[in-house]
Design a protein around this ligand. Sequence first.
Ligand SMILES: Nc1ncnc2c1ncn2[C@@H]1O[C@H](COP(=O)(O)OP(=O)(O)OP(=O)(O)O)[C@@H](O)[C@H]1O
Ligand SMILES: [Mg+2]
Length: 313
Amino acid sequence: MPFIECRQLVKAYSVSGHEIVALRGIDFEMERGEMVAIIGPSGAGKSSLLNLLGGLDIPTAGQLVVDGQNLLALKGRHLTQYRLQQVGFIWQQVERNLFAHRSALGNVILPMMLAGVPFWQRRKRAQDLLETVGMSEHMRKHPAQLSGGQQQRVAIAIALANEPKILLADEPTGALDRQNARQVMSLIGELRERYHLSVLMVTHDMEVARYADRILTLRDGSLGQDLTHDDTADLLVDEHGNVQLPEQARIKLHAAPTFAVEIRPEGVLLRPEIEELDGKTTLHDFQDAPPPKRASFLSRLFGRKSSPNGKGA
Ligand SMILES: Nc1ncnc2c1ncn2[C@@H]1O[C@H](COP(=O)(O)OP(=O)(O)OP(=O)(O)O)[C@@H](O)[C@H]1O
Ligand SMILES: [Mg+2]
């Protein structure tokens, strides 16, 4: 039995008499210890899915089973316990992760207080967690005295305070620069191994998504392609301009020391510069690529069929 199982999961919101369907029958499974990234455009239903998994909201229809518990049947005290003890959240917005008037230590202690962890245990556990995320030196500081990256480290410690089995992260690096985003992702990766956490993460950033075992796409409330191993996947461009290229194309691009980006009326061409002939750089012609994949990749990159010489024009 999978650790997380969604079957035909539907979420509809009612706004002034109108129904907005955010999730249209999601089928999805996750194993214990797995890390899955969900990418998709704004309004696709990504946060709605996390909210359901975290017990913050109730599905309109379908099944949602986590670690053998049917979330649709959990009510009141049991649902609160699930939220406090089974899942940890990290949000993009600092103010959602941290209370401004509490120190880093006070913030990590808080979820343990709510879960009824005895006084003598919670302080020690909070200190240990802050040490684990590299924030021992800053545990007396308040959020305003910490950098964005440091705040997200504290947020991770808070999320893990009650030893959850699942970490749900909604754009955890969305407010961070590249370097801090990488550090936060490495940390999440380490902690996932150490605590055998299942991590479900929403991101717009393809570089961040690559830390996951699987990358799923969500569009208009439906799960689409698994981008992880699919050579012919539709290309998605994240907000930083990163593109997940098919494996075939990555191999080709790695073979070239540099490549140029050429914007043409029919699309964007990534042109590996591997040869100088008569002062002109020639395009690596993808000749040794198997024909079907080559056609598929180029046609998707340019939005139409490429010419046989691979120049796409
Ligand atoms: N509480 C709510 N009440 C009404 N409609 C909502 C609510 N939350 C989300 N929606 C709607 O449901 C749809 C999916 O929203 P959701 O927040 O899940 O998208 P998202 O993929 O997380 O987008 P983003 O990348 O912008 O965060 C949107 O049309 C949104 O307007
Ligand atoms: Mg969202």
